[in-house]
Ligand binder design. Structure first.
Ligand SMILES: NC(=O)c1ccc[n+]([C@@H]2O[C@H](COP(=O)([O-])OP(=O)(O)OC[C@H]3O[C@@H](n4cnc5c(N)ncnc54)[C@H](OP(=O)(O)O)[C@@H]3O)[C@@H](O)[C@H]2O)c1
Length: 271
């Protein structure tokens, strides 16, 4: 495993995403992920699976403090008075006293980010989370957030078909992690000829090449989701080879500004 280090905390560069995994699919998926070596789990209040994630962690033989656990505050809970109770509810479901990273899931258009960030900072001060951060924030929003408090992370869509040069530069300049969500472009990477060609050199799949490309970049972690056990295993087998600089560049060149996740409440991404 390789790590991204933020605030002296080593964060496994490869995590396990759980969006759209519910019930036994989520519980068994997290249990299996932990059993094969994953130590970084990503969930969110809105995923409706914190209970299953918490149960799987609780039942596993892996110590809680060997796991890097992220959850995210949903849009309806970002007002100052709502943050703490909603996080207490998350902690109860997750069967833990703290998370490792607490994120604002999406920028709000009704509540000032300052207000939510201050509430997150209070929770950090109270030991309810080790790090705080944001998700789906644009470069301007990250700069504004950094004026309010130290944020450790921006979690955004990032894969070979959607570059994030501005956010990466900002993360590196401010000792932050950029977590790549939808790192497999929600499965679309598997048909890409460049990723297939590079994969053939290492006997790796296009998905493994995409994850290697992400995790080889400074400050970047990736959190692929996989309901299929074989996918979970394959995604973890990416630390036994190294892409060279030409291969890294060939994958950077696939950037087609192809954003997959763009709900109607998304921010103006160019801002
Ligand atoms: N902060 C946010 O707003 C936000 C938004 C989106 C996602 N996320 C986080 O990021 C995580 C990952 O993103 P995502 O779920 O959107 O997409 P993703 O990880 O890019 O892709 C998941 C898809 O790829 C397939 N897959 C996984 N491993 C594979 C492999 N080795 N070979 C072929 N196909 C493979 C999965 O199939 P199977 O499931 O059938 O195995 C699933 O259909 C989420 O689960 C969530 O934790 C956060």
């Amino acid at each position: 495993m390789e790590f991204v280090t933020v605030d002296d905390i080593d964060i496994p560069a490869l995590g396990f995403g759980t969006w759209l995994m519910e019930g036994a699919d989520c519980h068994d998926g997290v249990a299996h992920a932990l059993s094969i070596g994953y130590r970084h789990i990503d969930t969110a209040q809105i995923y409706d699976n914190e209970d299953q994630v918490g149960c799987a962690i609780d039942e596993s033989s892996v110590a809680r403090d060997d796991i890097f656990l992220t959850t995210k505050v949903w849009r309806s809970n970002v007002a100052a008075d709502d943050v703490a109770p909603s996080v207490e509810e998350s902690l109860r479901k997750l069967r833990t006293d703290y998370v490792d990273l607490l994120l604002i899931h999406w920028p709000s258009d009704t509540v000032d980010h300052d207000e939510t960030l201050r509430a997150l900072q209070k929770l950090k001060d109270a030991g309810k989370t080790r790090l705080i951060g944001v998700s789906n924030f644009t470069p301007a929003m990250v700069r504004e957030a950094l004026q309010v408090t130290d944020i450790a992370c921006n979690q955004v869509e990032y894969h070979p078909f959607l570059g994030q040069p501005d956010l990466l530069e900002l993360a590196r300049a401010n000792d932050m992690m950029l977590t790549a969500y939808s790192p497999l472009a929600r499965g679309r990477v598997i048909d890409d000829p460049t990723l297939i060609d590079i994969g053939d050199r290492y006997d790796k799949s296009p998905a493994q090449i995409a994850l290697r490309w992400l995790t080889q970049q400074q400050c970047v972690s990736a959190i692929p989701k996989a309901s299929t056990p074989a996918h979970r295993e394959a995604n973890f087998q990416i630390f036994d080879f190294q892409l060279d600089s030409d291969e890294m560049q060939r994958i950077h060149d696939l950037d087609a500004k192809q954003r997959i996740l763009d709900p109607d409440f998304a921010p103006d991404w160019e801002r």
